[in-house]
Ligand binder design. Structure first.
Ligand SMILES: Nc1ncnc2c1ncn2[C@@H]1O[C@H](COP(=O)(O)OP(=O)(O)O)[C@@H](O)[C@H]1O
Ligand SMILES: [Mg+2]
Length: 142
């Protein structure tokens, strides 16, 4: 539900458009008092979520949409990135750098790793017949 605090951005399913979201998130976060380094953290996390929505969620389908909502309430900045896919098959694990360098693991898993490291809370939510949403939160003052 959109309330009077919530901003929504509805994007075509194209790589590169995450830049629009990074700019909007940064402007809103700055305006409510987040410092430069937390704003950079937010931009990185949200860019990774948008790229995943295009590549893994909507799977490069040109007609699919990526919908980003953001709001700031009770000192918490929340960003959700919604796609039309089926969501993650399992909770993501931290990438094992040594195994990746030894070619034992594929070089994947860094996007979700960054989201979990940079944000205070991250949830991957499957919506019954309505796609998938990654919901991330950052508290002001930490
Ligand atoms: N929006 C999404 N929809 C479906 N699967 C996803 C989504 N985001 C992430 N995943 C799954 O989680 C895995 C890890 O994502 P990530 O850490 O960003 O690594 P990468 O994108 O390099 O594979 C992806 O490979 C994919 O299987
Ligand atoms: Mg990724």
């Amino acid at each position: 539900m959109l309330d009077e605090q919530t901003v929504e951005i509805n994007l075509p399913n194209r790589l590169g458009l995450e830049r629009l979201v990074m700019g909007s998130v940064a402007a809103l976060a700055k305006s409510v008092g987040f410092g430069p380094s937390r704003v950079e953290d937010l931009k990185t996390a949200v860019a990774e979520a948008c790229i995943n929505a295009v590549q893994h969620g909507n799977k490069d389908r040109p007609r699919a949409r990526v919908i980003v909502t953001m709001n700031f309430k009770d000192n918490v900045f929340t960003v959700s990135v919604h796609d039309e896919g089926e969501g993650l098959k399992s909770e993501p694990k931290d990438p094992d750098i040594v195994r990746i360098l030894d070619n034992l693991d594929p070089p994947v898993g860094f996007g979700t790793f960054l989201m979990r490291k940079l944000m205070d809370q991250v949830e991957f939510l499957k919506k019954a017949n309505q796609g998938h949403e990654v919901r991330m939160a950052m508290k002001l003052g930490d």
